[in-house]
Write a protein that binds this ligand. Structure first.
Ligand SMILES: [Zn+2]
Ligand SMILES: [Zn+2]
Length: 372
């Protein structure tokens, strides 16, 4: 989670950005200390309908949390790239042969967008992935998605009567929701047949046994090519120039956080930023005085040296050469992987840090930079 530093939001329905507060704060806490979280998302018809407004609102909502987490070395930088939702085909990301473009979708309200990711794999070839987000198929989906290797769209299975019985929702409400917001199973298959992807996937759907066969049947009305559910969660699609296949994601039974990742190559350092708040800044002494005396619960003979105050008033900077070998391996793993991948693609090495500074020992506290 601390490595996820770019998020592309299709639209501002809460099922499409609801995890953002957690990703933002806990990714920072877990070690995304020197990198901002960058949120790409559409504008809306009015400023308050845009992604920037949503993020500003989120930051307001997180006021207590963020202040409390600032007793840790948390990474709280967040950047918003709000693009003009009307700029169909506009490129919003273009780095090292990886390109992201967007177009409008018909989904109840202005602003809903689809994304296309193109990435070059060698001098001659590139691959392409479309994620439509929500919406009813339009000509734009065909124009910008045509021939893409992997095309993933939302789908709503047309089982209006059955859904009404099972879920207790009036049938007309489901009918209206599909017809104003969504891609029906038949429409999804029809769209796939126009786009002719190498692999077609549907997601954002009911994933129940009594639905699944019908979903396939509806998609198959028009689409005879490779088709897979983008469900359940953790489905992984693998795409190469010759092959396309789908597998279940491999996740550990007992997950753990990844160490903060640094560039520990020559001249770089391991840095733990100084927290912005001390506990005394944001908490009354009185409640701390009421804390139970630790000697009452630690067993006889065991009383660790407690760390109740942050021990430093500036960033902790550790030269790489004095780090234990195991820490160096763990914290430099991403840099090694990125270096290898970039080399394989003929690209220059680049730091996984926020910025490769000419002075790795710089003091990052703004108020102190003036004095030095
Ligand atoms: Zn939606
Ligand atoms: Zn949705």
């Amino acid at each position: 989670m601390n490595e996820l530093d770019k998020v592309f939001i299709t639209h501002l329905h809460v099922d499409h950005f609801g995890s953002l507060p957690y990703l933002y704060q806990f990714g920072g806490w877990n070690g995304r200390w020197e990198k901002p979280l960058t949120i790409y998302g559409p504008s809306g018809r009015n400023p308050e309908d845009g992604t920037r407004h949503m993020v500003e609102g989120m930051l307001q909502m997180l006021s207590w949390h963020q202040d409390a987490f600032d007793v840790f070395p948390s990474g709280n930088d967040i950047e918003v790239v709000e693009y003009d939702f009307k700029d169909d085909g506009g490129v919003i990301y273009d780095v090292d042969g990886v390109k992201v473009s967007h177009w409008r979708r018909s989904h109840a309200k202005d602003g809903a967008s689809a994304y296309r990711l193109d990435w070059t794999i060698n001098k001659e070839e590139s691959l392409c992935f479309v994620w439509t987000g929500d919406g009813r198929p339009t000509e734009l989906d065909i124009e910008y998605g045509k021939g893409c290797d992997l095309f993933v769209t939302e789908v709503q299975t047309e089982l209006v009567g059955l859904a009404s019985i099972v879920q207790g929702v009036p049938a007309f409400l489901t009918r209206y929701t599909i017809d104003t917001h969504h891609t029906s199973g038949y429409a999804a298959g029809w769209l796939a047949n126009q786009v002719q992807p190498r692999l077609f996937m549907t997601t954002h759907m009911e994933f129940d046994p009594y639905y699944n066969n019908e979903t396939v049947a509806q998609v198959r009305e028009h689409w005879k090519g490779p088709y897979h559910f983008g469900a359940p969660d953790m489905i992984v699609a693998n795409i190469t120039p010759d092959k396309a296949w789908v597998r279940e994601g491999i996740i550990p039974d007992f997950p753990n956080n990844r160490a903060p990742q640094f560039n520990l190559n020559d001249g770089e350092v391991f840095r733990v930023p100084v927290p912005k708040n001390s506990r005394a800044d944001i908490q009354e002494q009185e409640i701390r005085d009421l804390e139970i005396d630790e000697s009452l619960y630690y067993p006889e003979g065991y009383h660790p040296e407690l760390l109740k105050e942050w021990p430093l008033d500036r960033d902790l900077i550790v030269p790489t050469e004095v780090l234990p070998e195991s820490m160096k391996r763990g914290m430099g793993e991403k840099q090694r992987m990125v270096d290898e991948m970039r080399k394989a693609h003929g690209l220059e090495p680049r730091s996984v840090h926020r910025k490769s500074s000419s002075d790795p020992y710089r003091d990052t506290r703004e108020d102190n930079t003036k004095d030095q």
